[in-house]
Design a protein around this ligand. Structure first.
Ligand code: NAD
Length: 507
């Protein structure tokens, strides 16, 4: 992607796979460059797995499963607690890796690690979460109980935008529940997951429980069709999420596939406009808009639109774009090709009649001359048939759409194919309650622009933002990574007996 423009250096380490608690070079000769988006420099060559490489990793995970499944909950949680302590002590290292390959600013990378760590902490409570239920005397002298058992080898396929946190939505719970794991990170920023693999080894996780396979579609397809892979947790764009869901389920796997988004924030006339403007800027341009929960559309209701646009513009102009290690507010985009694509949406919106209030195309960034820069961009009066409105841009572009009523704003959201996140800004509790009740979106914020649920709740959108019916982490995560078995038991009274070929009935 954009390789013509990449600056290469002499020292380019190979970024490999991870199997049995050590680096695994694999057999494939295919590679892909990994870049630092703030400099444009190639910093590593990623090994792209062959089908045979994936098989080797899955075989190791399958071999490790029986012993890990039978490891006591006490011992499993001891490893999780150690992993949590190591992660907490060394999170700056992980944040630096994220910034070097993704580009987001260091403080944001640290925030990503913290949100992932919450899931590790939730998973430390697995003995409580795995408790089944028991009914005594369901029928005379018959007891019923159920147990939650692990699935086996579980696959996790993650996107570029949260290289540490998104895999962490899944693997702490999967491992705690007794599964063994194969992670396929994004080929754009593969090193964060490798770093955590090393940390698991240091925490004492047995060989083969946490494995990493690097790669592209070849690796994804191999995981989706491998008979030893029991489930797939995918996060990425909607077309690939749909493909992963359809292919994985066709091969008999349990699949949860989280897709793309186009998140709207409604600003009602009675809202605190300073709070709304702060929130829109933070949620629109944080991580350069490369968040599935970014607000990309602000829906201004009624006559507040001019004031709101002025307040957002004023704040947008203060944002410092640059290298994430230099204390800037916003970093570069992940690749040059993505930067160019996002900029082309601004060109198109302008051609379609939108007003470019703040233009990021000419940004003077505090970073390398070859960095993938695009400044924060504010578009006003964006026509709803412009591709800048209809497509997920996934960049620092905030579009304002003006409507006359709350009902029109809700109609816009309901007409959108995605249903990941949304927010409303208002001081009217009744309006907020009605919105939360009727809006067809999976995660809703009331005066909160990015309503990412805590780890003990579950994360996931509706409509084209999620294929499958299970959201990430929280109890839905525990449910996804376990199978329920119901066991009916009768210990006969010594005097009891006799044949009865009828269907079992309760008595
Ligand atoms: P992507 O769909 O391009 O890639 C995601 C994963 O799929 C990567 O591991 C990639 O290697 C693999 N992949 C890519 N093309 C493939 C193909 N043709 N066949 C098989 N596998 C393929 O997504 P991305 O650009 O890395 O991430 C951004 C997208 O992820 C955005 O759409 C964003 O909204 C979405 N996302 C969603 C959530 C959510 O929770 N719903 C969270 C984060 C990101």
């Amino acid at each position: 992607m954009g390789e013509d423009h990449l600056v290469t250096t002499d020292a380019q380490p190979t970024i490999a796979h991870w199997l049995d608690n050590k680096s695994f070079p694999g057999t494939s000769t295919r590679t892909a460059p990994v870049t630092n988006p703030a400099t444009g420099q190639v910093t590593g060559q990623l090994a792209l797995a062959s089908v045979e490489d994936v098989r080797a990793v899955v075989e190791a995970a399958a071999a490790a499963f029986p012993a890990w499944r039978d490891t006591s909950l006490t011992k499993r949680t001891q490893v999780l607690f150690r992993f949590r302590e190591l992660l907490n002590a060394r999170k700056e290292e992980l944040a630096a890796i994220i910034t070097a390959e993704h580009g987001k600013v260091l403080s944001d990378a640290l925030g990503e690690v913290s949100r992932g760590q919450e899931v590790v902490e939730f998973a430390c409570g697995i003995p409580h979460l795995l408790k089944g239920s028991f009914t005594e005397n369901a029928s005379t002298r018959v007891d019923v109980h159920n147990v939650l058992q692990p699935l086996g080898v579980v696959g996790i396929i993650s996107p570029f935008n949260f290289p540490a946190m998104v895999p962490m939505w899944f693997y702490p719970i999967a491992i705690a529940a007794g599964n063994t794991v194969v992670v396929k990170p994004s080929e754009k920023d593969p090193s964060a997951v490798l770093w955590t693999a090393q940390l698991w080894a240091e925490a004492g996780l047995p060989d083969g429980v946490f494995n990493v396979v690097q790669g592209d579609k070849v690796a994804v397809d191999a995981l989706l069709t491998d008979p030893d892979v029991a489930s797939i947790s995918f996060v990425g764009s909607t077309p690939i999420a749909r493909y992963v869901y359809e292919t994985g389920t066709a091969h008999g796997k349990r699949v949860q596939a989280l897709g793309g988004a186009k998140n709207h924030a409604i600003v009602l006339p009675d809202a605190d406009l300073d709070l709304a403007a702060d929130s829109l800027v933070n949620a629109g341009f944080g991580s350069a808009g490369e968040r599935c929960m970014a607000i990309s559309v602000a829906v201004a209701v009624g006559d507040i639109a001019d004031t709101l646009v002025d307040k957002v513009a004023e704040r947008t102009r203060t944002i410092r774009t640059g290298d994430g290690t230099r204390g800037c507010d916003m970093g570069p985009l992940v690749t040059r090709a993505h930067r160019d694509k996002v900029a082309s949406y601004i060109d198109q919106a302008e051609a379609d009649g939108a007003t470019v209030v703040v233009d990021g195309r000419q940004v003077q960034a505090d970073g390398g001359a070859d960095g993938f820069w695009l400044g924060p961009t504010l578009l006003d009066a964006v026509p709803t048939d412009s591709s800048a409105y209809t497509d997920e841009i996934f960049g620092p572009v905030l579009s304002v759409v003006r409507v006359d009523s709350y009902a029109e704003a809700v109609e816009l959201i309901h007409a959108n194919p995605y249903g990941n996140g949304t927010a409303i800004f208002t001081n009217d509790g009744g309006a907020a309650r009605r919105f939360a009740n009727e809006i067809e979106v999976g995660m809703v914020g009331i005066n909160v622009p990015i309503p990412v649920p805590m780890a003990y709740f579950s994360f996931g959108g509706w409509k084209a933002s999620l294929f499958g019916d299970t959201h990430a982490h929280g109890m839905e995560g525990v449910h996804f990574f376990t199978r329920t078995k119901a066991i009916t038991t009768r210990w006969l009274d010594p005097s009891h007996g006799g044949l009865n070929l009828g269907f079992p009935q309760n008595n």
